[in-house]
Design a protein around this ligand. Structure first.
Ligand code: ATP
Ligand code: MG
Length: 887
């Protein structure tokens, strides 16, 4: 079977068992503060497991793109070294939400593996949870007994809490799980060592392929476990591992999922891929590097396509690091000195056509972003290698003298790691090549300190929910009203960075929770006893709308009135609707390749990031602005459709965003059927006329291939125009009300330039006149030509020029010039080089002495020095004192 057929067979099988096949969620996670990237198929159903949203269907199945490069699941360092952990992989999964449980899950997984896929039963092992006394958890005999119907008892293995009890996080749903492992060793090896001893022992030929989780508990903050009201099944099977066992390979990279990419890399590098290479073999490093590239291009490309650009912090930094790891292998091991990694994108996009189409639709953009990152990292890498070279040479020189054995400072290794993206093994390798070693103790300390610091910065202590009222789903009323009567259904305390806050959930709320770029509403909760609780922000968490407050109500059970700050909301509406008009206008003016890459909408302004490869010209900006304002004047009424079938909406040509998770039913916001139609959950004006006026205030670059427009509307735009008009008025008055301000300013500047030049010229003339005059005043003292004079020159440059001119015509010169520049004393000392040598005179030291007379200081070289001061009355004394240095 080809990979494609294997994937389809999985989905078909579960569809035949009554499962609804759903699309993969984006790899980039929104609305979940505990997770940056999707790392398991169940992530997108977390709200269902937490009981915060009803399930869309009791049974679903899908293939989910997952990324395991940060947090609890981080496989990054294994990738490329081993043959079965990837950064990005597909997790095939089937779910029961309070529907079937262990019996069906186990029966179907066995049926699929042995009857559909026809895997060799003698190579399969399954596990069950052995129980845990400390936790008061019993052995999962139910699972054992179910497996016994199909599997030889020697192939049913006990597993401990680490491998066979699954938990979503520190708190939340959890339960025992049962894994399926496959032994792909050759028969002679299997005869020698029994497979059951190698399960869960990190053997690369005896690997876990599937995990069936049976969620039956909820763990709360104090660590105790409580039975869930409804029991769920959550399974995950690694697609690439499944393909490998079905295609009879011993490495995921030998399957048709990876081979085309590996072959492309091999061909371009002029090297051969040897799948069988072992550590220590000559071609081992090449094999690892090719696997790293073939793997990492997937993680990077899908992250970018789903909206996470490489960046210098948070999730963007995780992506940047993976990219750099790939580029480092491509540069160092495979010998690509020019950007190459980005050239893998088209093949990848082709491979995923029909599976995850978002990549193909954006392949040029994704490739461009990767290329730019590569170019800049290659520069950093070269700089780091230079730095290392210099450091190593210095270190060796120093240690030759002291005869110590040279050790690279761990802090220096850490700088290379942290700033220049050098993995520590690269630094160690380069050290060895130079006969050096690295102080790993110090390096690890620095690494640890950094980790602790970043953990402390993000540490959040979240309390358990205190539930007042059992309510399945919360109702959002904010599309229709900004004031609702509601009840508090639960709340909890959250502390972060020394600040305590409360999170409140209402059964009904007009408060819009931050999403889709629109900020969360602010406002008040008013209680019957007169108490007012301020809502400082509103955010979504999984399925919940969470209101942030600084205190708890004294009578939390009372009915309350939730009131959104309507003035903020109205301005936000204007900016949000204007964003839609802007997006549509940009597609008209710049082209349909323009896609939203990020947006921010608040009461003050709007910010819109979009894919576009060139600066938007002033003319284009003006045209965009014109279209938007025209649409505002047309006063187009909002058409809001709250539940359109997703597929139908797409058919009708709405603008959908990449990396956004849409359900089966979507909300469509239309301003003129022929102009702007977008899938959107935000709040909007009733008619475009309410926006009033739209003004672009800035256009800039944010990243490779991504530009940003900032704009304002309504009162903010009016104020802005008024400010600008006022400014022009002021300038006009300053210019004495000319007809044409620009022309008038231009001629003023021209005149200014001309005058400047004239002044420079006249100063020059004056200083050369002074030269001859001063030369005549020279006194011979001890065969030194001594001049100490006060001069009238307007700046230091003119004095310096004069000094040099004097030196040209007076031999053995000792010159002191004093002047008053802008009311401050200035002293210049110049001494002929010959005198400096013969008599040991030093202009810098002398000027310091002289400066004391004018209450100042200065310094310089032996033959030329200057000083400034604060007391002009001391100038004469300074000049008199000068003589003492030559007599
Ligand atoms: P392992 O112990 O092999 O790392 P796991 O216990 O982390 O696996 P689960 O969290 O149970 O795996 O994930 C479910 C399935 O997803 C696994 O059975 C495996 O087939 C697959 N899988 C997990 N991590 C990866 C990865 N990094 N690359 C490819 N497939 C993976
Ligand atoms: Mg793992």
């Amino acid at each position: 079977m080809t990979a494609k057929e294997i994937r389809q067979a999985f989905l078909d099988f579960f569809a035949s068992k009554g499962h609804v096949i759903v699309p993969s969620a984006p790899i980039v996670v929104k609305n979940d503060p505990t997770l940056m990237f999707t790392n398991a198929g169940m992530n997108q159903f977390k709200d269902v497991f937490l009981g915060e949203a009803p399930a869309k269907a009791p049974r679903v199945a899908d293939t989910q793109r997952c990324l395991r490069v940060s947090g609890k699941h981080n496989d990054l360092e294994e990738v490329g070294i081993d043959t079965y952990h990837h950064t990005m992989f597909e997790m095939l999964g089937n779910w029961s939400f309070g529907d079937y449980f262990k019996k069906d899950a186990i029966a179907w997984s066995w049926e699929l593996l042995t009857e559909v896929y026809k895997l060799d039963k003698s190579r399969l092992y399954v596990t069950y949870f052995e129980g845990d006394e400390k936790e008061g958890l019993e052995k999962d005999t139910e699972t054992y007994d179910l497996w016994k119907q199909y599997v030889d008892e020697a192939h049913i293995l006990r597993g401990n809490k680490k491998d066979n009890f699954w938990e979503m996080g520190e708190t939340g749903p959890c339960g025992p799980c049962s894994e399926v492992h496959y032994d792909s060793r050759p028969d002679n090896e299997r005869a020698k060592v029994s497979g059951d001893t190698l399960v869960n022992a990190d053997h690369d030929q005896v690997i876990e392929i599937w995990n069936n989780v049976f969620m039956q508990f909820n763990r709360i903050k104090d660590g105790s476990l409580h039975q869930l009201p409804a029991k769920h099944v959550d399974t995950g099977m690694g697609f690439e591992r499944l393909v490998r066992v079905l295609q009879g390979k011993t490495s995921n990279y030998d399957t048709d999922v990876f081979q085309p990419m590996i072959q492309l890399i091999a061909e371009k590098s002029g090297k051969k891929y040897n799948s069988a290479a072992k550590p220590g073999d000559a071609d081992w490093a090449d094999a690892v590097a090719m696997r790293v590239l073939a793997d990492h291009i997937r993680a990077i490309s899908f992250a970018i396509a789903d909206g996470q650009l490489p960046a210098s912090n948070k999730a963007g930094y995780v992506i940047r690091r993976i990219l750099r790891r790939a580029v480092r292998y491509s540069y160092q091991t495979l010998g690509f000195k020019e950007p190459f990694f980005n050239e893998l994108v088209p093949l990848l996009a082709e491979q995923f056509k029909g599976v995850f189409d978002g990549l193909d639709a954006q392949k040029d953009f994704v490739q461009k972003v990767i290329l730019e990152e590569e170019v800049s990292f290659l520069r950093t890498l070269a700089k780091g290698i230079d730095m290392f070279g210099e450091y190593a040479t210095l270190l060796k020189d120093k240690n030759v003298a002291t005869q110590n054995s040279p050790v690279i400072d761990g802090n220096f290794a850490f700088t290379l790691y942290d700033t220049y993206g050098f993995p520590i093994d690269l630094t160690e390798l380069m050290a060895r090549e130079n006969g050096l070693s690295v102080d790993m103790v110090l390096f690890n300390e620095a690494l640890q300190t950094q980790k602790l610091r970043s953990r402390a910065a993000t540490a959040v202590d979240t309390g358990d929910w205190i539930v007042l009222k059992d309510e399945d789903a919360v109702m959002f009323t904010g599309y229709d009203e900004t004031e609702s009567i509601a009840h508090l259904i639960k709340y909890r305390k959250v502390s972060a960075k020394g600040k305590e806050q409360y999170q409140l959930v209402l059964d009904k709320t007009p408060f819009y929770a931050e999403s889709g770029g629109q900020v969360g509403d602010k406002g008040e909760l008013i209680f019957p006893n007169g108490e007012i609780i301020e809502v400082t922000d509103t955010k979504k968490e999984n399925g919940l709308i969470v209101h942030f407050t600084n205190k708890l109500p004294s009578a939390p059970e009372d009915a309350l009135t939730a009131i959104v700050d309507a003035s903020l909301r109205n301005r936000t509406n204007s900016n949000h609707s204007a964003t839609h008009l802007l997006h549509a206008a940009m597609k008209q003016v710049l082209g349909t390749h323009v896609n939203q890459k990020g947006s921010l909408v608040n009461a003050d302004y709007l910010r819109f990031d979009f894919s576009h490869f060139a600066k938007v010209t002033d003319d284009e900006l003006r045209r965009i602005e014109n279209i938007v304002n025209e649409k505002i004047r047309e006063n187009i009424f909002l058409k809001e459709e709250r539940s359109v079938v997703y597929a139908e909406a797409i058919q009708s040509g709405v603008t959908a965003l990449f990396g956004e998770k849409y359900g089966e039913y979507v909300r469509v916001i239309t301003f003129d059927d022929d102009f702007s139609k977008e899938l959107c959950g935000g709040t909007h004006v009733k008619a475009t006329g309410q926006i009033g006026y739209f003004k672009i205030t800035a256009e800039s670059a944010v990243a490779a291939g991504v530009r940003r427009i900032e704009a304002i509307t309504g009162v903010a735009a009016e104020n802005y125009i008024n400010e600008q008009t006022k400014l022009v008025q002021q300038v006009k008055e300053l210019l004495r009300n000319p007809k044409d301000i620009a022309k008038s300013l231009e001629s003023l500047m021209e005149e200014n330039n001309r005058l400047k030049k004239e002044i420079e010229k006249s100063i020059l003339e004056k200083s050369s006149g002074l030269r001859d005059e001063l030369a005549k005043k020279s006194q011979e003292i001890n065969s030194i030509n001594f001049i100490a004079q006060r001069v009238e020159l307007p700046n230091a440059d003119a004095i310096k020029t004069l000094a040099y001119h004097l030196k040209d015509i007076v031999p053995n010169l000792f010159l002191v010039l004093a002047a008053e520049i802008n009311g401050k004393p200035s002293i210049t000392v110049m001494i002929d080089e010959a005198l400096v040598k013969e008599k040991g005179l030093h202009a810098g030291n002398i000027v310091k002495e002289l400066a004391k007379e004018v209450k100042g200081g200065g310094g310089g070289q032996p033959f030329f020095a200057t000083a400034g001061g604060s007391d002009v009355t001391g100038i004469n004394n300074a000049l008199t004192k000068a003589k003492s240095f030559v007599s």
